[in-house]
Write a protein of this length. Structure first.
Length: 129
């Protein structure tokens, strides 16, 4: 079961952001899931476990390896360990557990749309922590 609003979220965010899947999951599994979720091919890049960095025994998503200006990068993740190297780029989201009433992606769309208008997303994101 997919998180409610995921396809609408991708459609709304794709014209505004360069969408990248960055997962600690294995490629075969992540591709199987994403091929069903992102049927329109809106996610431009997919990064898997082998792109993660081992930091103090934890797999971390090092946003510095993306080759993008970090002031323009937002990571949406349910695990604070995943973005420990770049907390000022993080927008935490709760894990999804098959709740058909979940509205997290739907509710975040408007905020992320506004965030994209800023010169530096990190200032606004730090206010959320």
């Amino acid at each position: 079961i997919m998180r409610p609003g995921v396809r609408e979220f991708l459609r709304t965010m794709a014209p505004i952001y360069e969408l990248v899947l960055f997962t600690a999951g294995m490629k075969q599994y992540a591709d199987a899931v994403m091929d069903k979720v992102d049927i329109e091919g809106l996610v431009r890049h997919r990064l898997y476990r082998d792109a993660c960095t081992l930091h103090n025994g934890v797999l971390v998503k090092d946003l510095g390896l993306l080759g993008r200006e970090l002031r323009n990068v937002v990571i949406l993740d349910n695990s604070p360990h995943s973005y420990m190297l770049h907390p000022s780029n993080a927008l935490p989201i709760p894990s999804f557990f098959h709740d058909r009433n979940d509205r997290h992606l739907i509710d975040l769309s408007q905020f992320l749309s506004l965030l994209a208008t800023l010169q530096d997303v990190t200032h606004a994101l730090l206010l959320l922590h």
